[in-house]
Design a protein around this ligand. Structure first.
Ligand code: PHE
Length: 349
């Protein structure tokens, strides 16, 4: 019996030494120590032994059993450590490798200009308001003194969606919206920037562009005048284009202002001497402006005997072109990264 146990012990040690992986260790454990193992069978057969031998053999079997179990556990721990080491080796990170470069987007020149305009006018106490791009004929034209069939509607070729709805041709629609929205008819000082749409199909015009609109209305006795309009536009243009810009008011016509002006600025390129950009005139046409027409005040709930105001509007795309020396309007819309990335962090320089 003792020899048999020694034999089991010997074979077990050999087998344990041969184990290659955790699975084999599990299998061997069942084989050596499980219910059907030789050791278990020996224990079951203890009853056939003499009473003197029984406890000796019993404790011997248990000792061997304990030893095998310990050896197996040791082996398992060793194998587990090996697996972990392999895993760590495989998943090793080289923290000295350079990181993945994340490209930063840049702010579009048009958005830069819009933000600058908003900052400037907010600093002068204006509200920044918004209006819909899908506009009604009423707000885009009628409430701006352009009745249906008015010949001046031809100045702006429109995209009509239905008889009543169109894509706004001008942010001037927001003038009417602001006056109507202001229920207690108090003074107004607002600007609105946003997209506008016209059916233009030549090379220098886009069907979609951006405008900024300004509207100031105050009580008549405060003498809101052309001088205020001129002063405001001077601050605006000098801030946006150049401190030395001069303005020139040319009489013009807009149905919603009276008198109306087109405002030219000295050419930012030649400083007014005359060059190819300004077609040798020294001036560049920039804004539309004027005193709010009494009809417009009336139609939108302001008594023209008590209130007066001025309004102005200009294309933001052109402003951006002047400001950054962009020669072709199409660069603003073709989203070429080589162009756009030039504006990367420009403000921080
Ligand atoms: N809305 C006019 C245009 O698009 C510009 C303008 C605005 C003129 C405000 C006068 C007052 O041409």
């Amino acid at each position: 019996m003792k020899e048999k146990i020694a034999e089991i012990q010997k074979i077990a040690k050999e087998k344990i030494a041969e184990i290659q992986n955790l699975q084999e260790a599990q299998e061997l454990k069942v084989k050596l120590l499980g219910k059907k193992s030789e050791l278990s069978n020996l224990l079951k057969g203890l009853g056939t032994l003499s009473p003197e031998e029984r406890p000796k053999i019993g404790s011997l079997v248990n000792e061997v059993r304990k030893e095998i179990e310990e050896k197996l556990n040791e082996k398992e721990e060793f194998l587990k450590g090996k697996v972990l080491a392999q895993k760590l080796e495989k998943e090793k990170l080289d923290i000295t490798l350079p990181g993945t470069k994340i490209k930063r987007g840049s702010k579009h020149p048009i958005n830069r200009v819009i933000e600058d305009i908003q900052d400037l006018f907010v600093s002068m106490g204006y509200d920044v308001v918004d209006g819909p791009e899908l506009e009604t004929d009423e707000f885009c034209f009628e409430r701006l003194n352009l009745a249906k069939g008015h010949p001046a509607r031809d100045m702006q070729d429109s995209f009509y969606i239905t008889n009543e709805y169109l894509l706004r041709t001008q942010t001037s629609s927001v003038q009417a919206r602001t006056m109507i929205a202001n229920k207690d008819k108090s003074p107004i000082r607002m600007i609105c920037t946003g997209k506008t749409y016209r059916r233009e199909d030549d090379a220098t015009h886009s069907h979609q562009f951006n405008q900024v609109e300004g509207l100031v209305i105050d009580r008549k006795e405060l003498n809101v005048s052309l001088a205020d309009l001129k002063g405001t536009l001077e601050v605006f243009v000098r801030k946006m284009i150049g401190a030395n810009s001069e303005l020139r008011f040319r009489p013009s016509y807009f149905p919603f202002t009276e008198p109306s002006y087109e405002v030219d600025v000295t050419c930012f390129k030649c400083g007014g001497k005359g060059c190819a950009l300004c077609k040798k005139t020294g001036w560049i046409e920039l804004l539309g402006a004027g005193m709010v027409h009494p009809n417009v005040l009336k139609m939108n709930g302001y008594d023209p005997d008590k209130y007066a105001g001025f309004a102005f509007g200009t294309g933001i795309d052109r402003l951006a072109m002047f400001r950054y020396g962009i020669t072709d309007m199409r660069y603003l819309y073709t989203n070429d990264v080589r162009f756009l990335s030039q504006f990367d962090r420009k403000d921080e320089e």
